[in-house]
Design a protein around this ligand. Structure first.
Ligand SMILES: Nc1nc2c(ncn2[C@@H]2O[C@H](COP(=O)(O)OP(=O)(O)OP(=O)(O)O)[C@@H](O)[C@H]2O)c(=O)[nH]1
Length: 451
């Protein structure tokens, strides 16, 4: 997994914060070291050159005094050969006149006046006066002055040395290279350590950030696992607690949503049931009945099953209302619906067609069987009067029965034929069953009764 840009930036900043001071300190130390060391080397070389010049001066003292050029020449040659870095040696008399020498001076020497150390790039010159109190041995006045410190020893001449500093510079450069190499190594170590430090800080942050991203995308069981104690571990614990809390809340919400959904489904079912059934009798309403009846007709046509239809209308229902009140009429309707249900098979479809009119669809039932069923219902009504205010009211109904005929092609013509049979039953004295014969195509649909 590649860290996100924010973490990369954080790691880089941490790395810089840890590495930069180390780099600066090392560079400053290196500069100090190189400068100091170069200076010390040069000083050491100067001291060495002065020491050699002093030694030569003391060796040449007498020869200068005696103007022993041969000895002076030998001294110059020996001194030059004693050190590779000595380029040239010269011995001069007190008046500056050349006495002896070895090698060639690279440039014109400065004036021979007094002791001098002169540095010019790659060359170092040392000019030293050669003085002696030898002459004072024969001169009591001079000896007295020398002893009292009032007179300088006598100037006999000068020694001049020229040193080549290239070797010194090379060794200085070599040292610088070593120092640079050591510095580079130190810097690499510092960078590595800084990277480790930065990574040790950003790794837990990256882990926590990953866990937060997973929790955010719905993986609520994701947990931050930090073994080391510290502020990050505290943060991780806080995030884990939050994730647990969110998971619990989500479960509760799920439960609540589930409960609300169940409730809504029940309400919908109840609403559908209410829309399908008649509020007074609990029987199917006409619209729901028609939908089911159409399906039954299709099934009957397909499997060539018989299908019958009963329609009945309560006799003289108006007079029940008028005599005993509308509530009594309602009670009579409820009573008759109960009696009807008692006489039905589970597969039958009873329905309140409207007002005091009822219908029943009888799947897989022939007209003859339907007629018997209608007769059974009729006699059941007759035998079971309505109880109303301690009275017993005999309520009867007239029935029309029709069998579905393939030539009908629709429910409406079968209904029309049953209705016609019912009308015949009414006209024939009520409380009886009439069976419809097929009378050809019937017109009209299912009109809702007047309220
Ligand atoms: N109580 C009550 N009465 C209703 C309801 N629906 C229709 N009715 C009444 O039923 C009566 C039907 O009267 P009619 O059509 O004259 O029929 P009938 O009196 O039964 O006479 P026949 O059918 O010829 O025997 C009317 O008075 C309607 O007001 C209802 O839900 N409750």
């Amino acid at each position: 997994m590649s860290p996100d840009p924010m973490l990369r930036q954080m790691r880089l900043r941490l790395w810089l914060a840890a590495a930069l001071p180390a780099v600066l300190v090392v560079l400053v130390l290196l500069a100090l070291f190189v400068q100091r060391h170069g200076h010390e080397l040069l000083q050491a070389k100067q001291h060495q050159a002065q020491a050699v010049a002093k030694q030569l001066a003391s060796q040449a003292e007498f020869s200068l005094f005696a103007a022993d050029v041969q000895t002076l020449q030998r001294l110059a040659a020996t001194t030059k050969d004693s050190d590779d870095e000595i380029v040239a040696v010269a011995l001069r008399a007190a008046n500056g006149q050349f006495q002896a020498g070895a090698g060639r001076f690279g440039a014109a020497l400065p004036d021979f006046t007094g002791n001098r150390v002169h540095l010019n790039g790659e060359r170092l010159w040392v000019i030293l006066e050669v003085r002696s109190d030898l002459m004072a041995v024969d001169d009591p006045l001079a000896a007295g002055l020398l002893e009292s410190g009032a007179a300088d020893p006598v100037l006999l001449g000068f020694v001049a040395l020229e040193y080549d500093l290239i070797a010194l510079q090379r060794s200085s450069q070599k040292l610088l290279l070593w120092a640079l190499a050591a510095t580079g190594l130190a810097l690499m170590l510092a960078a590595l350590l800084s990277a480790l430090i930065a990574s040790s800080v950003t790794r837990p942050v990256a882990h926590i950030s990953d866990v937060v991203r997973r929790i955010g995308s719905g993986e609520l069981q994701a947990r931050a696992e930090l073994t080391r104690a510290g502020p990050m571990a505290q943060l991780a614990r806080g995030i884990n607690r939050m994730a647990s809390q969110v998971a619990v809340t989500q479960e509760e919400l799920k439960l609540q949503v589930q409960q609300a959904t169940d409730e809504l489904r029940l309400q919908k079912l109840e609403a559908e049931r209410t829309a399908r059934t008649d509020g007074l009798t609990g029987l199917l309403r006409r619209r729901a009945f028609i939908d089911l009846a159409e399906a039954e007709i299709q099934r009957s046509l397909r499997y060539q099953d018989p299908l019958s239809f009963i329609m009945f209308d309560v006799d003289h229902f108006k007079s029940i209302n008028d005599t005993h009140g509308h509530a009594c009429g309602d009670a009579a309707l409820v009573h008759l619906a109960d009696l009807l249900r008692q006489q039905m098979r589970d597969s039958d479809l009873p329905c309140r067609w409207g007002g005091e009119e009822f219908v029943v669809l009888l799947p897989r039932t022939s007209a003859d069987v339907a007629r018997h069923a209608a007769e059974r219902i009729r006699s059941h009504f007759e035998a079971n009067p309505v109880r109303w205010e301690a009275r017993s009211l005999r309520v009867t109904a007239s029935f029309g029965v029709a069998a579905f005929d393939a030539r009908d092609l629709s429910l409406s013509s079968m209904v029309a034929r049953a209705d016609a049979a019912l009308y015949r039953a009414k006209r024939s004295g009520r409380n009886r069953v009439e069976v419809a014969e097929y009378e050809g195509w019937a017109a009209g649909g299912f009109e809702q009764p007047a309220a």
